[in-house]
Design a protein around this ligand. Sequence first.
Ligand code: B12
Length: 489
Amino acid sequence: MDNVNSIDLVSVPSDYGHGANDGAYYPIGLLTIASHLRRTSPGRKINIVDMHHTPDYVPRADVVGISASSTLCYQNVLAVAEQAKSAGAIVVLGGPHATHLSNQILTNQKEIIDFIIRQDGEEPLASLLKAIDDGDSFCSIPNLSWRNRQGEIIHNPIHCETWAYDNYLPFDFSALSAGIKPYWDVTKERVQKDMAAGFVVFTHFGCGYRERMKNRSLRKDMLSMSCSYCSLGGDVVARKAESIVVEVLDLIQSHRVPAGGKVLLKCYGDNVGYHRNMISAIANAIAREQRWSEYDIEWTFYMQSSLLTEKMADMLLSIGTKRLFIGFDSVDDCVQRLNGLGTNLSSHQHAVNVCRDSGLKIHGGFVLGCAGETVFSVEKSIGFAEKAAAAGVLERINAAIMVIMPGAPAYNLLCRKEPWVRELDLLDTEEIRWYWLRHFCPDLKATPTQSRRFLQDAADRLDDLCAGAHASMGFVSNRMLRGSSRRAA
Ligand code: B12
């Protein structure tokens, strides 16, 4: 095999519905990989292609690595893989969907997928490229799933070192083939017109709530210990406050943001409510850093309603937080308990009141069609959203219809009822949802098809309440359809 000279790392958009932030933030997982590869093997040409901004991408590199970041983009992943394979490339997949379904993918997509890297990708991909160059065995490459000469699928063990984001800083932004400007243009349009710059900065990883629930036992009124739809794994790790502050100031300086400019920081770490000590340490680190006050820096964090106290709100405000993404999901206490959400109506209401009183804006997420959903529970959620929207605290509503994601408790629950689902690598959202509604929402409407129709109308009603940029997660909303027909016209 010839040496690997060029590698494209590709991010593809969702193939069904869309998120409100699609195209607004660069793919961090590909930036950590590209930065590492560029540092450790400078002879190779490494590019990140984000098809949100380069929709006409034609693969030509020796190795094409595609991020199967979610079940909802996997169809697009396969389309790029097919093109890459017919152009003669070695095709490698990574990301959460590929991690959870590595065996199914290597079994079902023999013709187009050569390798899968499970979990973190930086060192394993570097080792894979070296092994290809040197003609070495793949047996000792950590995290790698591959086929041997006999066609058997081998899953090498996951390496035991703890993955650390800080090892890959500073990011080499020149790897983004379209540059950072298209992301900022979308962020300006969707989030804040007068921003000077926007960055993704993880302050922590993993979900403290999921971790806390891991070793508890299920109560009778619960189907799942933690959020039934969530496939997030990994250890809970908070970064050092000083490193976070240094990273932000480096980002600002290296992108030449003018003094006084508004800088939006989006932390995609889950559930900041478990990180009070880290937030207070960030506040102290900011106080020691004169340069921070030269910019107008705003944070957005994810928060579980049950963890938002007045004290937590004050701490978040003290570091410049302006927005919280709160997953309300359902407002019905039975649905919340059954799905292991760890919240209830009163925690939701309390969170709305805290935000209203402290001036924090909410991006509220709702997931319709969780286990146990009824017409009554859906109406309750919509009524709650209407009230919160009228109170002026909901800057954005993310409407979603439950999607069954490999790695999530809902996937395992469904596979117990419908074992054939476990063989699939490509999960048709609507087909799988039909079975989910049949088994887990039996009291919604008379048939799964009627239930699905009802959820579509309900999700459209929620979406219509949203004044800001809107999401259409796991379904195609009326607004999304109207938008695409306007674009086509
Ligand atoms: C940021 C984020 C987004 C951003 C993406 C921004 C961007 N341009 O990347 C936005 C908001 C747009 C988004 C959208 C969606 N997301 Co999202 N998102 C995340 C989130 C919070 C963080 C991802 C991240 O940056 N992690 C940090 C980096 C360092 O890790 P990483 O991305 O996993 O990458 C590492 C490895 O996975 C691997 N790797 C990844 N890609 C590749 C590729 C190759 C070739 C290799 C070798 C390795 C490799 O190496 C990387 C470095 O170690 C995760 C949850 C989480 N904390 O992981 C959910 C998550 C990935 N998203 C999820 C979902 C469901 C979605 C949506 C479908 C939501 C929706 N309905 O619209 C869409 C789908 C969009 C899409 N095209 O896939 C699910 C996926 C579940 C699943 N099993 O499929 C997750 C896990 C959340 C969850 N709680 O369940 N998302």
